[in-house]
Design a protein around this ligand. Structure first.
Ligand code: HEC
Ligand code: HEC
Ligand code: HEC
Ligand code: HEC
Length: 134
C-alpha cells in the first residue's frame, strides 16, 4: 500500500513537472546551456528562486566587475561660482549606489518572462547606456 502511494505521488510529481515545463518557456541562455529545472528549483518545488541559489553559479565579484564600466564621472557646475564638483555615479546594477551587492537578482532578471530593469522605475537608464537585462 505504502509503495503504491509513493509511486502515485512520484507519478503525480513527474506529470506536474512535465506539464510545468511545457508551460514554462525559458527566456535566457540557461536552457541552451542544459541547466535543468533543478539547477534553480531545489527541494522538488517550483517556488521563486532565491538569490543565494543564483550565486552558487554566478560569482558576484566577477559580476560586479563585468558591469563596473557603467559607472561614470558626474560633473555639476555651480552657475554662480563656476565651481565644478565631480563624483562617481555608481550605476553598476551589480554594485549600486543604493543597494551595493545586496539587491535580489530577480528584481531584474526573470527566467520565464521578460526581464525588467528595476532602476528604470525611477531613473532614465537609457542615459546610462545600460543594456536591457536578459
Ligand atoms: C546551475 C548553474 C546556474 C544557476 C543556478 C543560475 N545560472 Fe545563470 N547562467 C549559468 C550559465 C552556465 C550561463 C551561461 C553563461 C555564459 O553564456 O557565459 C548563465 C547565464 C545567465 C545570464 C545571462 C543570460 C543570457 O541570455 O545572456 C543571466 C542574466 C543569468 N544567468 C542570471 C541568473 C539568475 C538571476 C539566476 C537565479 C535565478 C541564475 N542565473 C542561476 C548558470 C547558472
Ligand atoms: C538592478 C537590476 C539588476 C540586478 C538586481 C541584477 N542584474 Fe544582472 N544585469 C543587469 C543589467 C542591466 C545587465 C546588462 C548590463 C550591461 O551590460 O549593460 C546585467 C547583466 C547580467 C549578466 C551578464 C553579465 C555580463 O558579463 O555581461 C549576468 C550573468 C547577470 N546580470 C546576472 C545577475 C545575477 C546572478 C544577479 C544577482 C546576484 C544580478 N544579475 C542582479 C541588471 C541587474
Ligand atoms: C536559471 C534559473 C531557473 C531555471 C533553470 C528554471 N527556473 Fe523556474 N523560476 C525561476 C525564477 C527566477 C522564477 C520566478 C519567476 C520568474 O522569474 O519568471 C521561477 C518560477 C517558476 C515557476 C512559478 C513559481 C511561482 O510560484 O510563481 C514554475 C512553475 C517554474 N519556475 C518551473 C520551472 C521549470 C519546469 C523549469 C525547467 C524547465 C524551470 N522552472 C527552470 C528560475 C529558474
Ligand atoms: C524607488 C525609486 C528608485 C529606484 C528603484 C532606484 N533609484 Fe537611484 N535614486 C532615487 C532617488 C530619489 C535618488 C536621489 C536621492 C538619493 O541620492 O538617494 C537616487 C539617486 C541615485 C544615485 C545618485 C546620483 C549620483 O549622481 O550619484 C545613483 C547613482 C542611483 N540612484 C543609481 C540607481 C541604480 C543603479 C538603481 C537600480 C539598481 C536605482 N538607482 C534605483 C530613486 C531610485
Amino acid at each position: 500500500m505504502k509503495t503504491i502511494l509513493k509511486t502515485s505521488v512520484l507519478l503525480c510529481s513527474l506529470i506536474f513537472a512535465a506539464a510545468a515545463s511545457a508551460q514554462m518557456p525559458q527566456m535566457s541562455k540557461h536552457a541552451q546551456r542544459n541547466i535543468q529545472c533543478t539547477g534553480c528549483h531545489q527541494n522538488g518545488t517550483f517556488a521563486p528562486v532565491p538569490t543565494a541559489q543564483c550565486v552558487t553559479c554566478h560569482n558576484q565579484d566577477q559580476l560586479a566587475k563585468s558591469t563596473e564600466r557603467l559607472n561614470y564621472t558626474s560633473r555639476m557646475k555651480n552657475p554662480k561660482t563656476g565651481e565644478v564638483k565631480e563624483h562617481i555615479a555608481l550605476v553598476n546594477p551589480h554594485d549600486s549606489y543604493h543597494f551595493g551587492r545586496t539587491e535580489d537578482c530577480t528584481d531584474c532578471h526573470r527566467e520565464h518572462r521578460a526581464s525588467v530593469n528595476d532602476c528604470a522605475t525611477c531613473h532614465d537608464v537609457k542615459a546610462w547606456n545600460m543594456k536591457d537585462p536578459k
